[in-house]
Ligand binder design. Sequence first.
Ligand SMILES: *Cc1c(COP(=O)(O)O)cnc(C)c1O
Length: 245
Amino acid sequence: MYICADIIQLRNIKVVGYIDMDIRENLKKILNTLPEGVQLVAVSKTKPVESIREAYAAGQRIFGENRPQEMAAKHQELPSDILWHMIGQLQEKNVKYIAGFVDLIHSVDSLKVLSRIDREAAKHDRVIDCLLEFHIAREETKAGLRLQEAEEILKSEVCRNMRNVRIVGVMGVATNTDDEDIIREEFHHLKEIFDDLKRKYFSKEASFKELSMGMSGDYQIAVGEGSTLVRVGSSIFGEREYRTK
Ligand SMILES: *Cc1c(COP(=O)(O)O)cnc(C)c1O
């Protein structure tokens, strides 16, 4: 009896570990919960190219990274039809590493960065799609613009004269909390910001349609509040070895 129980317990432990690392299964599970029109950004930051290859083989094409140099190195090694999304805070001096290939930059939080993206994109004769990142969380540390700052950017002559960037929506990170009401309220707020900007500045632009919100712990709430792009890392690839912002 006892021996038997031990074996069963061991098996269970193994099975749990297996499910955790099965990238294909994890992807399938998440995709099954996403309604049509919501795209999955597989956040592969800190993960090796082998993990990305596995997700790619399962059909995943959009990958999110938060460090320009890391993204550029992975881009070189991996298939060219991957769509690379920058989700981390971007310093002006690092825009050059990704300007030639990046598909969408989620994390624009100043006119200075936007101007640099415009200039670097021009060198490659491209137009780079960007999202404005908003501060919606309670934590002071979370990056992002306030509504007034964003409107100052959008109204500025500099912004209106940019030819090599296209603003296609907004992004935000909710407070890291177990309180779902707080998270829901913050995502709801971001949707209101999106609607407000759409009405005031992008009413004629069908391309302004992206609402990037939701991570492993809260993407289902985000989808309920209108997210079109969820950024999911650890639920696909497992926990990261070290924390990055
Ligand atoms: C790391 C990161 C994610 C993914 O986080 P998980 O909790 O692992 O899903 C999403 N968005 C941003 C901005 C991130 O930095």
